[in-house]
Each structure stands twice: as C-alpha cells, then as structure tokens.
Design a protein around this ligand. Sequence first.
Ligand code: PHB
Length: 250
Amino acid sequence: MARSPSGESVVERVVRLLGAFERDVSALTVSDLARRADLPVATAHRLVGELVGAGLLERDADRRLRVGLRLWEIASHAPRTQGLREAALPFLENLQAATRQHTQLGVLDGTDVLFVERLSAPGSVVNLTRLGGRLPLHASSSGLVLLANAGSGLQERVLAEPLPRFTEHTPHEPERLRALLAGVRRDHHVVCRGYIHSDAMGIAVPVHAPAGEVVAALGVVVPHPSENPGQYVSGLWTAAHGITRALRGR
Ligand code: PHB
C-alpha cells in the first residue's frame, strides 16, 4: 500500500480526514480539514479531491466540505447496527410514545457506548446523547449496562484508566464502579442519577441477542430528581424482550 514519507498509509490519512467531521463541525474548509487531520494542506487537497470524486465527501455552495451521501449509504449497511436498528425501532417508538422521554439504543464500541438510535419529544430534559455520538462506559446508564455484561478484560481496562467526571455524581472510584457493575448483573437494569448532567437521570437495561449475549443497551433519559425511575424499568424490559424476539425472526 502507498505510504507517505512518515510511513503512514493512504487509508490511515483518509480515515483521519473523515474522522475530522463531528456533530457540530459538519462543514470544513480544506485547510480546517488539513489542520484537524494533521496533514500538509497539499496532501489534504489531493485526497479531498479524490474523496469528492467518489462521493464520500461533498462540497457546499461555499466550497466547504461535508460528509457525502455515499459515505452514509455505505455506513448504513453496517451489520452491527442495520439489523439491530430495524428490529428495535418499533419498540423504541412504543416506549417513547408511552414515556414521552428520550429513548435510545447504544452498542459497545471500544471503551465507549456508541448511540445508534435516539427518539425524543419536544421539551424533554437536556440530553447529551447524539445519534452517532459516544459516551464513556462508566458515566452513562447504557454504558454501565454494556460494561457490566462485557468481558472482565474490558472491565479491568476501563477501571484502570482515569475516569472523567461530568458532574459531582459521576462515579469515578473503581470500587464504587465494581459495586455498580455487580448491581447491573444482579438487577438487570441500572439507574444513573445525575451522572452525565445533574438535571437528568438515565435508566437502562440490556438487550440480548437470541443466542443470549448482550448486543445493545436500551435506555431512557428523564428529569432528575423529579421522576421515579422504578416506573420505567418494566417498560424497558418489555421493549428489550421485544427486540430480542424481533432479532430471532431475522
Ligand atoms: C445516561 O444514560 O445515564 C444518560 C445519558 C445522557 C444524558 C443523561 C444520562 O444526557
């Protein structure tokens, strides 16, 4: 594979370029892109031209670059999310209609939860979750569900790293997290009061594949401290079981 003088492959540089786009950074000039991807402007220029030609990037009227539709089309075939989202969507819609609260589905990716679906109603409580966005495993309800059901290797790796705090309530002591993870495995749900934002509470449950392994976490984000978390748990379980049944039918 062609490599730059620094020994980096073209693919590595392209991945860095595409990775420069984030939720609130959806249109970038070539020089912005070069800076964010840490590439010489001439290299960024050349690669961007090829990516635009292939439809993976698009130019807007100001010649700024955006993620192209072709990239979305390819990504939407990702097997870890396509079947899961299709199976889950009707159950997320029912749960969201019944609760009128943020309802979301996340999968494990590295040491984060990656959100693959989110439904919300106008006027719902503040929610840091974004579609295609990430939260750390130790700080969010979906993340704790996924971490509790992951291998002990990942748990030890996460607990050995510094655990960033979002609020004064975010658990950051390894012993407290171990107790929380044991609680998730015992109770099959978790309640996170103010861990990500002091006005919000996350409640999440595991979603099992038909063969039994946990493939996702299903959660709601509701106002804190006014809501009673217990009232959401059985609805979450019902929806999660429905998703498992729908996955079996595929
Ligand atoms: C949670 O899952 O605990 C959670 C996620 C996003 C928020 C608040 C809570 O904004």
